[in-house]
Design a protein around this ligand. Structure first.
Ligand SMILES: Cc1ncc(COP(=O)(O)O)c(C=O)c1O
Length: 449
């Protein structure tokens, strides 16, 4: 018997007092506005739970427009001819509680700079969470190192610390945990393992602005933390990124590397280009948008948190719906996405894709999230390249292929359902719509088979 104890009374909506009163009797489920068509699933021709739009993203105002125009008219678009990028760096470091911040062109470039400066080199191995955006392991491949996946903890959606040590060998140089969807990874365990094996920790906090672990900001818990400000992100600038850290010398090296290897701070000017480098610089336009967007970030984060907790309280008892769990020590998610797992066994074995379509038809945008990207073409593309064949033995590459199986991650990729961060910027009524739509699909599951 897979049906867990479940009561429709959990789904009292704030939609209307009369609807709530009917629901409290337990006689009929509440699907937003009650009318005669509403019990038929929208995907089968009924009325959707919701027809109202969701919050757009990104959101800007006249002030953002004025600031952009003023940078445009100044002609000082590049960071070398203005102060805006440095101003943003100071403000972001303050927000994160770190001594330093370096702004970069994107989150990908932030990760590339961090890996290079911390000394991850060709032939090294880096432990990576496979449940992530592809950039997290593309950067390891671009550094000509091997991303070694560590299977995922399905409850927290993050790297499973129990599986880390079995993947460490003499070539392992760093751990690259990801605070994916805004959910903090178990940093106590990860840092303890890193310390024991003398490994670096580079946090991919590209989805985790203001997420907290033991009340400290994600991205400030390892050697360096990397952020993204791409368009969809909770702090958006179209493109953009940042590295935060407390070690001045390391951050100076990050600055030098991101500016074509020119001297900076403790990277002395023994020559015009004392170290290798690249152009990973942020533009003034990006910085000015970010400073404007930062004015709303704390309030938005609080709204998302409040709505996410409310939504969880509404959906956690629906059979087959398992909301995310915070890892041990995690104190706050950033809710770049709100995730839960969908167990089709409780829904008459309706495949997740059908569940998603039914939910979308009810007016609830949703997605199934990441696929098992460790099986994507990029892995073989790298392993078959001339460089990798030189850097790693045949035996190592063969074992790599054999070990490239992460069953917990695969299952999570089959079961995850996401709602985007901007949906959490609404009010409780919006969350009721989501909960009611899920409930409606559950109640009608036998009609979807
Ligand atoms: C987890 C994660 N890592 C890295 C990145 C790369 O950031 P960007 O797109 O700014 O290069 C992203 C962006 O989506 C991300 O979500």
């Amino acid at each position: 018997m897979i049906r867990k104890e479940f009561s429709r009374r959990n789904f009292l909506t704030t939609a209307s007092a009369s609807a709530a009163a009917v629901a409290a009797t337990g006689k009929i489920p509440v699907y937003g506005k009650i009318n005669k068509n509403v019990a038929t699933l929208a995907v089968l021709g009924g009325q959707p739970v919701r027809t109202k739009d969701w919050s757009p993203w990104p959101i800007w105002n006249r002030d953002d427009e004025d600031q952009i125009i003023s940078v445009l008219r100044s002609g000082n678009w590049f960071r070398g001819r203005g102060t805006l990028v440095s101003e943003f760096e100071k403000k972001y470091a303050e927000l994160m509680g770190t001594r330093h911040c370096l702004a970069t062109a994107s989150g990908t470039t932030a990760l590339l700079v961090a890996l290079h400066v911390l000394g991850v080199d060709a032939g090294d191995e880096v432990l990576v969470a496979p449940y992530t955006f592809i950039a997290t392991y593309n950067v390891v491949f671009i550094t000509k190192a091997l991303p070694i996946f560590v299977d995922t903890d399905q409850e927290t959606f993050t790297m499973n610390p129990d599986k880390i040590e079995e993947r460490i060998n003499e070539r392992t140089k760093a751990i690259l945990p990801v605070h994916i969807l805004g959910l903090p990874a178990d940093m106590d365990r990860i840092n303890a393992i890193a310390k024991k094996h003398n490994l670096l920790v580079i946090e991919d906090a590209c989805q985790a602005w203001l997420a907290e672990y033991r009340n400290k900001k994600c991205g400030t818990l390892g050697d360096l933390g990397c952020f993204s400000f791409q368009n969809s992100k909770n702090l958006p600038a179209g493109e953009g990124g940042a590295i935060v850290g407390n070690d001045g010398e390391i951050m100076d090296r990050c600055h030098s590397f991101h500016n074509c290897g020119r001297p900076f701070g403790s990277v002395k000017s023994t020559s015009k280009y004392p170290v290798r480098g690249s152009n990973r610089r942020m533009q003034q336009f990006q910085a000015v948008i970010l400073m404007s967007q930062m004015k709303r970030i704390k309030k938005d984060a609080d709204t998302r948190l409040e709505n996410a907790l409310y939504l969880t309280s509404k959906i956690k008892d629906i059979p087959g719906i398992i909301p995310y769990k915070l890892a041990n020590g995690a104190t706050r998610s950033a809710y770049h996405l709100y995730p839960f797992r969908y167990k089709k066994e409780y829904f008459n074995n309706i495949p997740r894709e059908k569940f998603l379509s039914a939910l979308k038809a009810e007016g609830i945008p949703c997605s199934g999230g990441y696929g098992p990207q460790n099986k994507d073409g990029l892995v073989e593309d790298a392993l078959n390249s001339r460089g990798y064949k030189r850097l790693y033995s045949r035996e190592r590459l063969m074992r790599y292929r054999e070990e490239n199986r992460y069953p917990d991650n695969d299952q999570l990729c089959r079961e995850a359902v996401w709602f985007s961060q901007s949906m959490l910027l609404g009010n409780k009524k919006d969350m009721d719509d989501i909960a009611n739509a899920i409930l409606k699909v559950y109640e009608n599951r036998d009609k979807l088979v």
